[in-house]
Structure formats: C-alpha cells, structure tokens
Design a protein around this ligand. Structure first.
Ligand code: SF4
Ligand code: SF4
Ligand code: SF4
Length: 766
C-alpha cells in the first residue's frame, strides 16, 4: 500500500550527491505526475555547490495549485541515490508507511529492520545505468534509471513514465528506466515497535547538531558548517518607517497601524495616546504628512492613515487618564488653549505637574474651536478630546485675553510659562478700495460662523478698521450673493465651503499661483469643487470696486517665475486686469505670529524667551514659535516645548527631536512583488446635496480598520516567515518575538535580507 496524493499534497524528497542528477530525477518524477494531470512543483538545493556534495531535491504533487514553497521536511516518500548518504538524518521526517527507495544492490530485507515502519524498496540503479552507459566510466548518472524504479515502487503506470521521458527528451534512457522498473524489489512494512527505533523516533541527542535550531521543521537535512569563508551575517533590525518620520505630531504611526492590522485595536489607542490627546481631531483635519511619506504611495496609493487614526479615536479612549507620576509642586501656565497649548498641557499633566491654561475664548481649542467649521470637525469630537486633557487635572482660566503685564505676572507666579498663542496677525491687503464694506477677513467670518457673536478672536489680533467690513451689516453669520475668497490655503477652503453653507449663492476662490501650487489640503480643494466652488488661478487682487459696499474685485493676471524659497514658482503680477463681480469678499491671505503680547526686552530664540542674555522660564509652542500652521505641527511642538521647560527646570526628560526623514526606509527598499496590489479604502462621504443643507460632518470616515492591512510595516519585522522560507540552508527558526539564525551554518548569502519584503533585516560584517 503506497501513500498516494488524495486531498493532501504528496511530498517527495531525494538525496544524492552533486553530479548524480538528483534534481533532474525530481523533475522526471514531477513530469510523470504532471502527465497524470496533477499540479506539480520541483526544486533542489545544492548545499556546498560542488561535485560530490550532498544534494537535496524536492517534488510536490497536488490536485490543487501548489502555493507552499517550503522545502519538504516530512516527505511521504524518499529516494536515496547514493547509499553512502544513508543515515538517520537522511530519513528523518519520512512519514510512517512511506516508501524509502534506495539505490543499492542489497535486498530490502537488509534494511527493513533498521527502517521499520516504512516500506523499503531497493534497486541497483548504478549497475543498470553503468550497463546502459549512462554517464562516464568514473561517474555513473543514475537519475533516469532510478526514476523507473520509483514509478514501479509507487505503482504508477509504465506508460506515464514513457510519456514523461519523451516530454523531457530522455527517450534514450528509457531502456534503463524500464529495466529498473522491472528490477525494483519491495520489502514488507513492519511496525516500528517490532524493529529498531525508527529515524523519526531518534532521540534528540542523536540528531545532528543543527536540528535543535530548526525544530519547527523537524527532520531538516544537516547543513554545512560555513567556517571562515563567510564574511557577512544577516541581522534583524529596526529601521525608521517614513510615516513616523513624516508625522509632525511625533505619532508612532506604524505602531498604531500595525496594532490595528493585528487586531489589537485597544493597543492602537494606547500607542496614539503616548503622543497626542487630539487623535480624533488630527484624524479629521490633518493634512496627513504621514500619507505623503507612506511607501505604499509609490505602489498603489498611501495607506489611509489619517482615517485609521480617526477610526481608532472614535472607538477607543485615546488619552492617558491618570498622571503617570504623583503630583509635583511645579506650577506651569499655558497661554493659549489651541492644539499646541493643549498638547503641552497634556504632556505636563501626565507627569503630575499643576497646569493652568489661559485662553481669551470661552472654550478651549483655539483655531479648532473658532476657525475650523463643524462640517470638518464636529464640536463633540473636540470637546471629548479637550475633556481628556482636563481629566488629568488641568485647570482653565477662560474668557480673558492676556496683555503684556498679564504675561509678565504669570512668569513671576509660575515655575514656567508656555506661550502658545498661534498665528494671530492677519495679512491685510493695501489696494484701492480695500476699505469698502463687504470685505472681511476670512478668519473673522469663520469665527462668526463657528462661535457666533463678535468676530474678535484675541486681544492681540489687530482689529479691523471701520470700513474694513468685519460684520458690517451682518450681525449674524449670513452671507449672500456671489462671494469671492482671496487665498489658496485651508482657511480659504474653509471660507469658501462655509460661505456656501451660510447662504452664498456662489463662491469663487481667486489664487495668485496655479492649481499645482495650492497650499490647501488636496481633499479640501476637491471637496470645495464638488460642492460647487469655482477657482480662478493665476489671479492676484489689484483693487476693489464699489459704492460703499464692494461690487467687484479687480484681479490682475499673474505669470509664474522661478521657484522661490518655498519651492513654489513665484507669482509675477502683470498689468493686465479684469473685474470679477461680487457681493462679498473674504480675505484668506495668511497669518503670522503676533508677539505684541510679549513684554518689552523679551526676545524669542529657539523656542525660549530671553531678557537680554538671561534665559527666562518662558517658552513658545506651536505656530507662534514655528509658524508651521497645522494642528499636527502644533501638537509636536507643544510636546517639545513642555519637555524643554522641564529640562530647564532640571527634570530628567528627553526633548523630542523630529527624526531625519532621509534615514527612513525608502520605497526602493520595499519588495513590492511580495504584496498584492489593492487600492486604498477611502473615507465615506455624505452626498453633496445633503452636505450643503447644513454644517453636519461631511466625512463619515472608515467603516472598519481593514485598511491597516495594506501597511507594509516598513522597517519592522511582522514575522511573515519570508526569511525562513527563502533561506536555502533552512537555518532560520522562529522564536518568541522573532527569529534566530544558526550562524554556524549561515553562509552569508544574504538571500534572507534580499527577500525580506520590508527591510527588517540587514547584512553586517560577521
Ligand atoms: S497627526 Fe497627521 S501626520 Fe501624524 S499620524 Fe495623524 S494624520 Fe498622520
Ligand atoms: S506602508 Fe505602513 S509602515 Fe510603510 S510608510 Fe505606509 S503606513 Fe508606514
Ligand atoms: S539566507 Fe540563510 S544562509 Fe543566507 S544569509 Fe540568510 S540565514 Fe544565512
């Protein structure tokens, strides 16, 4: 009775020596089964790659397509082309009842006791091949001969054997194969307990030295010691993932995405909470720098990381609820309750410090509260995350804008002060007609839209002059007719989309550069277009026309010159102008830090204030310090400022440093061919007509976190087994948190490193 392929794969292993044609013999056997309509796979490995060196070859047969590419460790049948190889290690793994075909003049009875439990077949293939003059006088090639014996031993029809030889062009060797077919002798199986211990039952102590390292593939053939000729060794290493390098908030992006991918969702929330309390906010409004850096972008589209961050924050508590340390006596004031201030407060409160946030508004959030419309950021999300910061014991003083005296007093009363007042100075436009009614700063419009009442967003904000149009004739947030928005950033998009919802009949955004240079988030621009906003590119404001109230914007044609410091092509305004009729104008021309809050004599250097040369215990965080202008940057800089303040107070804390993007794993180091293509899962969006009827959130995010499965895990091992499978020596084995290489047998070929799909390995000098 032979072990035959039914629903399981049939696996066959051959042992021979270099020059005997063992790999070709495995191919003949594969061809034989292929002729019988089976799926087949065959390959060999060559150990020391020299004549006479032990060679193993493998054949797999199945009724289904074969995807298993491992070597064969537990064969159903075994062929040994050279009797001198015969040892326990060679037969190790042979399944009970499996056929052991030996090239030997000895009868099966000479082996049945030694290999009890197996079916032993013998044939003197060397003598037959020599008679048929296959090979040379000194080196007889037995492969085509013993394949005939194998067919008989496995009860395969001689016709299939003949077909296989014809397909492979071995007809001249058929007589020898037929002779072996007739000559093979088959012994009788005995139960293991009737004979000596079987190879499978060999005690671990009797196995070759390599086996303990490959216990997951028990029975692997013995490797060759590599000795001094190996000059390099593979190592498992961590490399910086680009998503981590690109996130200005300092989030461990790969950490939380991989936690999602491996169904450890609560851990994803814990990973995020280490660096941010505003994951739900960033998951909605961040430009997603991480996705810009994501290596998957080069393949089939970035992983939708931002949406995964939102998904996590909307379902799990992404916040540290308890300070990690007992309360300290340190008192720290934070001026400004926007993202930078909240981030600094979160970091400080986590360490047990007493923090008070001062803000002129009646609610925390800064621009998140006053500037970003609710259709992008529902206020319950902001409230939830602000409350998480306050839950750490952070106190607030709201509704009073500080002046210079107030800031100086805080500095005297506290161990440290962190100034996080954002970008309060609005760029104005000094062109003819700019004093007309109906022209308003976009930030003021958004403030009215989001908070209602006065558009005043801070004592330090330069108040619009009478006639500049702030709220004139519009006590509510209504805006009607055709609205022109001047600018191309995110504030411009918020103004345009907000105006459509607030009652504008139509909106045009005029921007002085081309579409390619638009600084706004691409999705925001796209959404604005879908909602009906028009764009006029290469058009710069040259004046306004109107009789008390603006009725048209005068726009000048712009041509693009060479790239400026920002890397964008600089606009060159021509004297060709045209008028764009309008009923209202919103200015979104940019903002900058306003340091008029700072007492005389104070200067800001590298995030810290100085009085002359004397460092003060006053630090700047977020936009007021960097001018970067995004929530993610503000969060990252808030953390940095908190750490800097504590360092200055003598605490042993590490000031976070933005990683060098150039050191991140490049896309060229990712083995794309190991990954199936799949398009990103995009956020679900409310249809346009439903959007415009109110201020409800437009994006519904993701329905699940399966998008995380697209993550390559750049630079971090996922235990995918690729190295283990590809190592030709079979000397990599799993251990609890990764793998272990048996360096005694590693030849330093680097195949494992080359095949690692994600650069989680590298070669180094041995
Ligand atoms: S904060 Fe922005 S850049 Fe960082 S992980 Fe979130 S979406 Fe990506
Ligand atoms: S594929 Fe994953 S690990 Fe790599 S950059 Fe993208 S999110 Fe990060
Ligand atoms: S593939 Fe195997 S033999 Fe080659 S370097 Fe890697 S561990 Fe060593």
């Amino acid at each position: 009775m032979t072990v035959a392929p039914t629903s399981d794969d049939l696996e066959i292993r051959l042992h021979g020596r270099g020059g005997q044609g063992g790999v070709t013999c495995a191919k003949i056997i594969a061809a034989l089964y292929a002729d019988l309509g089976k799926s087949v796979q065959t390959f060999g490995d060559y150990a020391g790659e020299r004549s006479g060196a032990p060679v193993r070859a493998y054949t797999r047969v199945s009724d289904r397509p074969i995807t298993n590419r491992n070597k064969v460790y537990e064969p159903h049948h075994l062929l040994v082309l050279d009797p001198t190889l015969l040892g326990d290690d060679v037969v190790a793994g042979l399944r009970p009842g499996g056929t052991l075909l030996l090239n030997t003049p000895e009868p099966p009875a000479a082996f049945t006791e030694r290999f009890a439990g197996h079916r032993v077949a013998t044939v003197d293939a060397t003598a037959i091949a020599r008679r048929h003059q296959i090979g040379t006088r000194s080196v007889v090639i037995v492969n085509t001969t013993i394949a005939g014996a194998f067919a008989r031993a496995l009860e395969l029809p001689i016709a299939a054997l003949e077909d296989a030889y014809r397909h492979l062009g071995f007809e001249s060797n058929l007589p020898a194969a037929r002779e072996a077919y007739d000559a093979v002798r088959i012994g009788f199986a005995r139960k293991p307990e009737e004979g000596a211990a079987s190879a499978r039952a060999a005690s671990p102590a009797s196995r070759p030295e390599v086996l303990p390292l490959v216990s997951h593939v028990e029975g692997a053939p013995t490797g060759l010691r590599t000795g001094a000729w190996r000059t390099q060794l593979p190592r498992y290493t961590h490399h910086l993932a680009p998503c981590n390098a690109f996130c200005p908030a300092g989030n461990d992006v790969i950490g939380f995405v991989q936690a999602l991918a491996t169904k450890r969702e609560p851990e994803a929330a814990v990973v995020l909470s280490r660096t941010t309390a505003l994951a739900g906010v960033c998951g909605r409004v961040c430009p997603a720098f991480c996705m810009e850096g994501c290596n998957r972008r080069e393949y089939d589209g970035s992983v939708n990381i931002r949406a995964l961050e939102r998904w996590t924050a909307d379902r799990y508590d992404v916040a540290v609820r308890e300070p990690a340390k007992a309360a300290t006596p340190r008192k720290i004031a934070v001026v400004g309750g926007g993202p930078a201030g909240l981030s600094a407060a979160y970091e400080l409160a986590k360490l047990g410090h007493a923090v008070v946030i001062h803000d002129g508004e009646q609610a925390l959030g800064g621009v998140l509260h006053t500037g970003i419309p609710t259709y992008r950021l529902p206020r319950e999300v902001l409230r939830r995350e602000v409350e998480a910061v306050l839950a750490l014991g952070v106190e607030t003083r709201l509704g009073r804008f500080l002046d210079r005296e107030g800031l100086a007093a805080l500095a005297l009363e506290h161990d440290a002060v962190i100034v996080a007042t954002g970008l309060q100075r609005l760029r104005r436009l000094e062109v003819p007609g700019s004093g007309l009614g109906g022209i308003e700063q976009g930030i003021h419009f958004l403030h009215r839209l989001n908070v209602g009442g006065s558009a005043r967003i801070g004592e330090t904000l330069p108040l619009p002059q009478r006639g500049e149009g702030r709220g004139e004739g519009r006590a509510s947030n209504e805006i009607t007719g055709h609205v022109v928005v001047l600018g191309g950033g995110n504030t411009a998009m918020d103004c345009a989309r907000g105006a459509l919802r607030a009652g504008a009949a139509s909106v045009t955004v005029a921007y002085r550069r081309s579409r390619a240079e638009l600084p706004a988030i691409a999705e925001e621009v796209e959404a604005a277009e879908h909602e009906g906003v028009s764009f006029r590119f290469l058009a710069a404001p040259a004046g306004f026309v109107g009789d008390g109230i603006v009725s048209a914007v005068v726009l000048a044609d712009v041509e693009l010159g060479p790239a400026d410091a920002s890397g964008r092509r600089s606009p060159i305004t021509t004297d060709r102008t045209f008028e764009l009729r309008c009923d209202a104008v919103l200015l979104a021309l940019g903002q900058s830090a306003d340091l008029s809050l700072v007492p005389p004599g104070w200067t800001l250097r590298r995030g810290r204030f100085f009085l002359g040369e004397q460092p003060l215990s006053v630090f700047a965080a977020g936009d007021v310090n960097t001018g970067d202008g995004t929530v993610a940057h503000a969060i990252g800089d808030g953390r940095r400022a908190a750490a800097l303040a504590l360092r200055a107070l003598g605490d042993d804390v590490v000031v976070p440093v933005r990683p060098d993007r150039a050191t991140a794993v490049p896309a060229t180091d990712i083995r794309f061919d190991h990954f199936a293509r799949s398009a990103p899962t995009l956020d679900r969006l409310v249809p346009v007509p439903a959007r415009l009827s109110g201020f409800d959130e437009v994006s519904l995010g993701l329905g699940d976190a399966l998008e995380s499965h697209r993550c390559f895990s750049c630079g971090e091992c996922t235990r995918c087994d690729t190295c283990l499978v590809y190592c030709p020596e079979g000397i990599i084995r799993r251990k609890e948190l990764g793998y272990e290489v048996d360096y005694t047998y590693c030849k330093g070929c680097g195949i494992c490193v080359t095949e690692c799909p994600r650069k989680a390995m590298e070669m180094s000098a041995s």
